[in-house]
Design a protein around this ligand. Structure first.
Ligand code: DAH
Length: 338
């Protein structure tokens, strides 16, 4: 290659820059001449074949070409608003972008706190699917064949056998089917009922259930002390617990569980509707028939179970008057509860 050829190639490259339309075409020219396999690096590599006395002139010419080409490219890129505009890729002297920190939902907070409280009593967390079978959600829980809760007006059925679980109790069934006693779990999760939504109802809400099954004797007193511990950890150290007789198909005897009102301490106020008590949970001693459904020997095992609504705890604990606020993701609300 002669000096002249070098010069004419330089002129050619600058013409191509001038003729290029837009950043993409400019990039093509840049790659052709300056890219890793471009013409200029190739010429530099060939420099060793140039006679020694001509090399300085060749080197100078090549450098001038590169400088002229780079400048022409930079100017055109800038005019095209392309990515190759001069200056560093980002300006580190600019202030950082402010990202707003999220706030944990009170529902998640209650679930996590509950899991932590029961972990101290040796309970682990069990999980199950939202889509359940008739067997897990009803049959194994000893629900009588024509119980109204199975009606299509209460339960969201996908077909004859599959439904959106109406309670987290089926996780108890799954846990017992997969494990031998002793079993100590809590089951938090989403549940579904055919409800219209208002200030205190939602068709989609959350429950936490608990199950303790052992071959050693377990009594109603164990249930009461467990729930009393939970009440004091969750709502405050002076909280009292009372049991009222009730009925659930899956427990016998069954109770409804009230906590003393955390606002008035039991004297009576607006929050507890002057009664001093707030209804929190359903519970009882696991019905022997349930053990039969999961293959446990009802003569050898016993235990207790309980269940409560997560939203209800959150509303009471944080003084939230409307359940819908829990689902709206309004950061102004979430910030206040925090
Ligand atoms: N599943 C009941 C409900 O949705 C709550 C409940 C009551 C759960 C007693 C239990 C239990 O595990 O033993 O109303």
């Amino acid at each position: 290659m002669t000096l002249q050829e070098l010069e004419s190639q330089q002129a050619q490259s600058l013409q191509e820059v001038a003729a290029a339309n837009g950043a993409a075409e400019l990039e093509q020219v840049r790659i052709k001449y300056l890219g890793r396999n471009g013409l200029l690096p190739a010429i530099v590599k060939q420099m060793k074949d140039v006679p020694k006395e001509d090399r300085p002139a060749f080197g100078k010419q090549t450098q001038a070409w590169r400088a002229a080409l780079e400048q022409a490219l930079a100017e055109k890129f800038a005019a095209a608003g392309g990515a190759q505009a001069q200056g560093p890729a980002f300006d580190c002297s600019l202030p950082g972008r402010w990202t707003r920190r999220g706030v944990q939902s009170p529902i998640s907070r209650v679930i996590e706190e509950t899991a932590a409280i029961f972990a101290r009593l040796g309970f682990s967390v069990a999980d199950g699917p939202d889509l359940e079978t008739r067997f897990n959600n009803f049959t194994a829980l000893n629900t009588p064949k024509h119980h109204p809760s199975m009606d299509a007006s209460d339960t969201l059925w996908l077909n004859d056998d599959l439904l959106l679980r109406t309670q987290t109790s089926p996780v108890q069934i799954r846990t017992m089917l997969a494990n031998q006693p002793p079993v100590r779990v809590i089951c938090p999760g989403r549940t579904y009922r055919r409800d219209t939504t208002d200030a205190t109802h939602s068709a989609n809400f959350h429950q936490i259930e608990g199950l303790y099954v052992d071959t050693k004797p377990v009594s109603l007193a164990d249930l009461k002390s467990t729930l009393a511990y939970f009440a004091r950890q969750m709502m405050g150290s002076n909280i009292g617990v009372r049991f009222r007789p009730h009925f659930f198909p899956f427990t016998e005897p069954s109770v409804e569980v009230d906590f003393t009102c955390h606002v008035c301490g039991g004297k009576g106020c607006r929050v507890c509707k002057q009664s001093g008590w707030i209804e929190i949970a359903g519970a009882g001693m696991v019905d022997p028939r349930v053990f039969g459904f999961v293959g446990y020997d009802p003569a050898k095992v016993n235990g207790f179970a309980f269940g409560f609504g997560v939203e209800r705890i959150a509303m009471i604990k944080y003084g939230i008057p409307d359940i819908r606020w829990l689902y709206e993701n309004d950061v102004r609300f979430l910030e206040q509860v925090k």
